[in-house]
Design a protein around this ligand. Structure first.
Ligand SMILES: *Cc1c(COP(=O)(O)O)cnc(C)c1O
Length: 236
């Protein structure tokens, strides 16, 4: 508990420092705690520190943890992993946000399956900013067309864009990929889509992402420690 609280404070300090370095308010950047592969108790500990937004990559983990933590009723659940169309229903029913929409079919299913008694599902389009063949995400030049169609769907609300850049130590290269996402979002805003979210930055690169305009960083390792079993983020 002491450890996770310290880690949480440390990440918040990193966010505050990076924000200050870019003359931004740290309150304009939200922290999503990526709890994939960690047990519900780890989420419970961080929840009691005050963290409310948690991100999961696997539909089954979302289902299990949502049930196990039903008493923590202020949790905001974000689904950030690859989503197959036969698994959209649970996500439409349990999540508050989905960051990984990269094709119309997924958006249409989430829209159709979002229960009417719930608030609109917040969605981000995942963009493949590195152009790596192994990465999911829509190609940058297809982003506008997809966004336009998503905005016409009921019960889901387009909030912005998400990316996972190339894994590289080259900060110039990283910054370029984050800038690409920001420029794409500016195009959406210019076209009249009122989006407010740039989901970019993880444990290793959140400072660069914040200097390029991130409004939401997705942090796992720096909060919970190294993941002890393999995850699929390298395939995203
Ligand atoms: C796992 C994952 C993260 C968190 O990565 P860390 O390097 O552990 O902070 C962020 N975003 C996505 C989409 C992920 O899959």
């Amino acid at each position: 508990m002491a450890t996770i609280f310290t880690a949480w404070q440390g990440v918040q300090e990193r966010i505050a420092k990076a924000a200050a370095a870019s003359q931004r308010q740290s309150s304009s950047i939200s922290l999503l705690a990526v709890s994939k592969t960690f047990p519900s108790d780890a989420i419970r500990s961080l929840y009691s520190c005050g963290q409310r937004a948690f991100g999961e990559n696997y539909v089954q983990e979302l289902i299990d943890k949502h049930a196990a933590l039903s008493d923590c009723n202020e949790i905001i659940w974000h689904f950030i992993g690859p989503l197959q169309s036969n698994k959209t229903r649970s996500v439409a029913e349990l999540a508050d946000w989905v960051h990984s929409v990269d094709r119309l079919k997924i958006a249409e299913r989430l829209s159709a399956q979002r229960p009417e008694h719930l608030a609109d599902l917040n969605v981000c389009i995942q963009v493949n900013v590195s152009g790596e063949a192994s990465k999911s995400g829509v190609a940058p030049d297809e982003c506008m067309a997809l966004a336009t169609k998503i905005c016409q769907l009921p019960r889901i609300k387009l909030r912005g864009l998400m990316c996972i850049p190339e894994s590289t130590q080259d900060l110039t290269q990283l910054a370029k990929q984050f800038t690409l996402l920001r420029n794409l979002q500016n195009q959406l805003i210019t076209a009249g889509m009122d989006t407010d979210t740039l989901s970019m930055g993880m444990s290793g690169d959140l400072e660069t992402a914040i200097s390029e305009g991130s409004t939401l960083v997705r942090v796992g390792t720096a909060l919970f420690g190294a993941r002890s079993y393999p995850d699929n983020s390298s395939l995203l």
